[in-house]
Design a binder for this molecule. Structure first.
Ligand SMILES: Cc1cc2nc3c(=O)[nH]c(=O)nc-3n(C[C@H](O)[C@H](O)[C@H](O)COP(=O)(O)OP(=O)(O)OC[C@H]3O[C@@H](n4cnc5c(N)ncnc54)[C@H](O)[C@@H]3O)c2cc1C
Length: 460
């Protein structure tokens, strides 16, 4: 191994090869602090050519690679195992904004650019890159692509899959696939970029991407309203869509327990209280006033428990801060059994009711914290308490998961809507995913990565 490390240092530069425990520590623990790995080393290459050289070297020495972006995965997708034999490949030094192409509404960035930096590059050119997540200051474009990230504007703009025009990727044998053309139409065979999106680094390393840009909206109308139940929330979603079409950009919900968590950690920000809160945002070009008036007018004839429409950008930011602080507040609040589930939006009310009833029967007094992108049928459905005297909540994780996922799949849903599978959900995926779909994925994996060196131990 010392020959391998010496050659690796020669490729990336000695200062970019980390081998001692203190230097590697930030790369070995996942965001939720559930998965702690022991890496062989952490390498930080500075260009696509260097990534390619590192991959070729790893292949020659049969060293497994764990790609890592911002390490904000909530399912242990970017952390190495405990063997001390996996190399973490951190992509942050690939941080160039290669091209802002306003003529074609396209942005080409390297994989280590943070989501926030990509958004800022677009905005400086008078455009919008619409992917938006609470982790955007830290997560990177390569990680966003590899998890097919979603966030709060999927309702209007889609996930990373829909937002990507082209990719550059280093294959498991070290060759570089360049598909950065940025064409909006191309029917010359398979769309290979889609193979790498959502692959959690198991088919190769993404080194750059060409992303779609949109006109920068000049008008926003944002409201936080309380309703009595999830049925009403979904009814509102349908009627808002009908009234405002694709100007409806975000539709987020939070249940009462989620509001309590926020109240504990942000008492001054959290004046609302209702069985369910909905955060609604419309956006458009032109003058903001008519859009705001239209939302106020629509809301004025609805029945609601509580509500406010933001009157300026500061008030709008406050409403969004509340939404963005949920994950961090929950982390401070203690452990929870997390689910990132999605069903057709029409099935959300049934999921919420039936799941809660069955969980409560199995664990009387169970505490569920539910929030998320209801406009996409996606809920973060977290269980933070199961029974008295249970020293370790995770003792009940399998029983809780079985109840939740049985309901999700009965309703035609998925157990990983946007956070990916990683280490956390891989056994559950094997249980619920269509066996033929899994077999096809394994065939593709074996064809591209016959030695199984790309992020082993994760979803495939
Ligand atoms: C507070 C908070 C809020 C969040 N909100 C959302 C949300 O609303 N929507 C959402 O979708 N997610 C959300 N997430 C989850 C997370 O931020 C996303 O999954 C994000 O896309 C991960 O990006 P990352 O750069 O941190 O990737 P990492 O965690 O570093 O890696 C994720 C996966 O991608 C692989 N990978 C990383 N870079 C590359 C690359 N260049 N090439 C190949 N493989 C690579 C890794 O091996 C791993 O499998 C949230 C997380 C937090 C902490």
């Amino acid at each position: 191994m010392s020959d391998f490390l010496a050659r690796l240092a020669a490729i990336v530069g000695p200062q970019h090869l980390l081998t001692n425990d203190i230097d590697t520590a930030p790369y070995t623990l996942d965001w939720r602090r559930r998965y702690q790995g022991v890496p062989l080393a952490v390498a930080r290459p500075g260009s696509t050519a260097k990534v390619s050289e590192v991959v070729k070297l790893c292949r020659a020495h049969k060293v497994a690679i764990v790609p890592q972006g911002g390490n904000t995965s909530t399912c242990g997708a970017a952390t190495p195992d405990g063997s001390g034999r996996q190399l973490v490949l951190a992509l942050r030094r690939l941080n160039a904004i290669r091209h802002v192409d306003t003529d074609n509404n396209a942005l080409t960035v390297e994989a280590g650019v943070t989501l926030l930096e990509a958004q800022q590059a677009a905005e400086a050119a008078g455009r919008l890159f619409p992917l938006s997540l609470a982790s955007q200051g830290t997560c990177q474009i390569g990680g966003n692509l590899s998890t097919n990230a979603g966030g709060v504007a999927v309702l209007r703009y889609g996930t990373m899959r829909e937002l990507t025009l082209g990719l550059e990727a280093v294959l498991p044998d070290g060759r570089v696939l360049n598909q950065l053309q940025g064409l909006r139409k191309d029917t010359t065979g398979l769309d290979l970029k889609q193979l790498f999106i959502g692959a959690e680094g198991q088919l190769g390393l993404i080194t750059a991407a060409t992303l779609k840009l949109y006109p920068l909206p000049s008008a926003h109308a944002t409201a936080m309203v309380g309703v009595d139940d999830i049925e009403t929330a979904i009814d509102w979603l349908n009627r808002l869509r009908h009234r405002f079409g694709d100007r409806l950009t975000a539709f987020e919900v939070m249940d009462a327990s989620c509001q309590q968590v926020l109240r504990r950690h942000h008492p001054s920000l959290m004046p609302f209280s209702a069985p369910w809160l909905i955060l609604i945002e419309l956006s458009d070009g032109g003058d903001p006033a008519p859009l705001n008036d239209a939302l106020v007018e629509w809301l004025s004839v609805q029945t609601m428990a509580d509500g406010v429409v933001s009157q300026n950008e500061t008030e709008r930011r406050k409403l969004w801060t509340l939404r963005e602080e949920i994950s961090e507040s929950q982390r401070k609040d203690g452990p929870s059994i997390k689910h990132d589930i999605a069903v057709p939006t029409s099935a959300l009310p049934r999921l919420v009711r039936d799941c809660a009833a069955d969980l409560d029967q199995a664990f009387p007094g169970v505490r569920i914290v539910a929030f998320g992108h209801a406009g996409d049928g996606n809920l973060h459905y977290n269980v933070s308490y199961t029974r008295p005297g249970n020293a370790d909540l995770f003792d009940d994780e399998d029983a809780v998961n079985a109840i939740v996922y049985d309901h999700v799949y009965r309703l035609g849903g998925t157990l990983a809507a946007e956070h990916g599978v990683g280490q956390l959900k891989k056994d559950w995926l094997a249980r619920y995913k269509d066996p033929l779909a899994l077999e096809l994925m394994r065939t593709i994996k074996a064809a591209l990565d016959p030695d199984g060196l790309m992020n082993p131990g994760k979803w495939l």
